[in-house]
Design a protein around this ligand. Structure first.
Ligand code: CA2
Length: 144
């Protein structure tokens, strides 16, 4: 069975609890449940994780090498700061989707220059929590 890693960066554990006007009211656990149900429908396996630690995200990307058919990653703030996560993702030569809940381009300038986009196969932003479902559906096609 094709396995998709869904990786979530710092603070995303707080989804649904803070700043609902930007990030909505859906929790990360709810998103995980949606993804599990959709993955069953698409015949995919998922490994869904959240970490506040850069090194842990890098380790997860390494683990995905040779194991995962694709990566969906919301690197959160590390999107704009982490050359280390960019370098790790560069070593993963299968489809990788960079995903953001909010439309980062509509926000302050600090959210405009993604490092991760340099290696992402595709970039999605602004679909809210539903973006995870869209990304997984796209990944089902991209890894077919
Ligand atoms: O829109 C997204 O998905 C972001 O990746 C979220 C990041 C932000 O740094 C990116 O620019 C865009 C921030 C995640 C913080 O998570 C929170 C969740 C709930 C409440 C407050 C923060």
């Amino acid at each position: 069975m094709r396995l998709i890693f869904i990786l979530n960066g710092p603070n995303l554990k707080l989804l649904g609890q803070r700043e609902p006007s930007i990030y909505g009211t859906t929790t990360l656990d709810e998103i995980r449940s949606w993804c599990e149900a959709d993955a069953r429908e698409f015949g995919l396996g998922i490994d869904f994780r959240q970490s506040n630690f850069e090194g842990e995200i890098i380790e997860a990307v390494h683990e995905a090498r040779g194991k995962a058919a694709g990566i969906i990653i919301n690197p959160a703030a590390y999107t704009f700061t982490s050359i280390a996560i960019l370098d790790a993702l560069k070593t993963f030569d299968r489809p990788k989707i960079e995903l953001h809940i909010s439309n980062v381009h509509q926000r302050e300038e600090i959210y405009h220059k993604s490092l991760v986009s340099r290696t992402a196969t595709a970039v999605m932003a602004g679909f809210g929590a539903y973006g995870y479902r869209l990304a997984l559906r796209a990944m089902a096609e991209m890894t077919r």
